[in-house]
Ligand binder design. Structure first.
Ligand code: GRF
Length: 197
């Protein structure tokens, strides 16, 4: 079985990243993490990656004059590690069309809403305000429009009476942790089954 070389991009806590690393410790998981990159030097997830034996690297965006210069540095690190698929896991930078095109159909993201509902921020508050009975999370291909790419898999949770954005976010996060490894595995299979260009 082909195991695609996986690069994970984070900005903070990294709980989804941790789930991907846990899943990847199974020998038959179709992705093998080779690098975790953070745009913040103090991201908790960098330590977690190291504890899992995966290289954690900070590329602080604040050190670069332009978004493009930052992304070139990220891209160079990914190429140096032979990355074949990128999973964004709480990565809080909007990517330029240059980077998105470079990794087109090889980059996925997890978003805490049932896309196409609620792209962007404050998804849980928006679901509660709208009176939705259900919320959830989506793993999707990354395209130039933020949170607009094709959905790979979703998971649903109920919105309960009395929910606050925080209680709903906790419930959705548990669903994210279950969803992301499954959706990453599916994305790897899709990539591996594509005819070679
Ligand atoms: C998750 O809710 C994810 O959907 C969103 O940012 C949060 C990151 O959490 N994009 P973590 O860093 O994976 O713990």
């Amino acid at each position: 079985m082909t195991r695609l070389r996986l690069g994970i991009l984070i900005s903070g806590r990294g709980s989804n990243m941790q789930r991907l690393l846990d899943a990847s410790s199974e020998p038959d998981f179709p992705a093998k993490p080779v690098i975790v990159l953070s745009n913040r030097i103090d991201a908790e997830g960098l330590e977690t990656a190291k504890a899992h034996g995966v290289e954690g690297m900070a590329v602080p965006h604040a050190n670069f004059e332009t978004r493009e210069a930052f992304e070139h540095a990220v891209d160079t690190a990914l190429q140096a590690h032979g990355v074949e698929i990128i999973a964004l896991a709480g990565f809080m930078r909007v990517l330029t069309p240059w980077f998105v095109r470079r990794w087109q159909s090889r980059m996925i993201n997890i978003h805490p809403s049932l896309l196409p509902k609620y792209p962007g921020l404050k998804t849980h508050a928006r679901a509660i305000e709208a009176g939705d009975a259900e919320a959830g999370c989506s793993v999707h291909w990354v395209t130039e429009g933020v949170d607009e790419g094709g959905v790979i898999e979703q998971a649903r949770v109920p919105v309960k009476a009395g929910d606050t954005p925080e209680t709903l976010a906790d419930r959705v996060l548990l669903a994210e942790h279950e969803l992301y490894p499954r959706a990453l595995a599916k994305a790897c299979r899709i990539i591996s089954e594509r005819p070679a260009r």
